[in-house]
Design a protein around this ligand. Structure first.
Ligand code: FES
Length: 123
């Protein structure tokens, strides 16, 4: 229970370097939790686990995420080499929250706040 008497049922994901926090429901992916709160998360394949564009560093709380599956491993190794498996890199579209109330810290460049302009110019 928190100091206000509420039960922290949802996990919290802190996203660096944007320095924001989002709540994540049961079984939400890291990317899905951010998107559910309106954040833009870089992706090329749309969350199918094929591109690695969504890949993030899990700074803290890796044990609160589902273990890496074979598909995620295959994609990461194919795109970034076998050495990536010795790092804390996860596909944000595949890593799911499995511990209620957990605090997870990830680092992902390119995440943008709702309504934040992109770098692209029009015309
Ligand atoms: S969005 Fe393509 S691998 Fe995650």
């Amino acid at each position: 229970m928190c100091q206000h008497g509420k039960i922290w049922a949802m996990a919290r994901i802190f996203i660096l370097p944007l320095d924001v926090e989002v709540e994540a429901g049961d079984d939400a992916t890291v990317m899905g939790a951010a998107q559910a709160h309106g954040y833009y998360w870089p992706t090329t394949c749309g969350g199918e686990g094929r591109c690695t564009t969504c890949a993030c560093e899990v700074v803290e709380g890796a044990a609160a995420l589902t273990p890496m599956g074979r598909g995620e491993q295959r994609t990461l190794v194919a795109e970034r080499g076998a050495g990536v498996l010795a790092t804390s890199v996860r596909l944000a579209c595949q890593a799911r929250v499995r511990v209620r109330g957990a605090s997870i810290i990830v680092r992902k460049a390119g995440v943008r706040a709702p309504g934040q302009a992109s770098c692209r110019t029009s015309g």
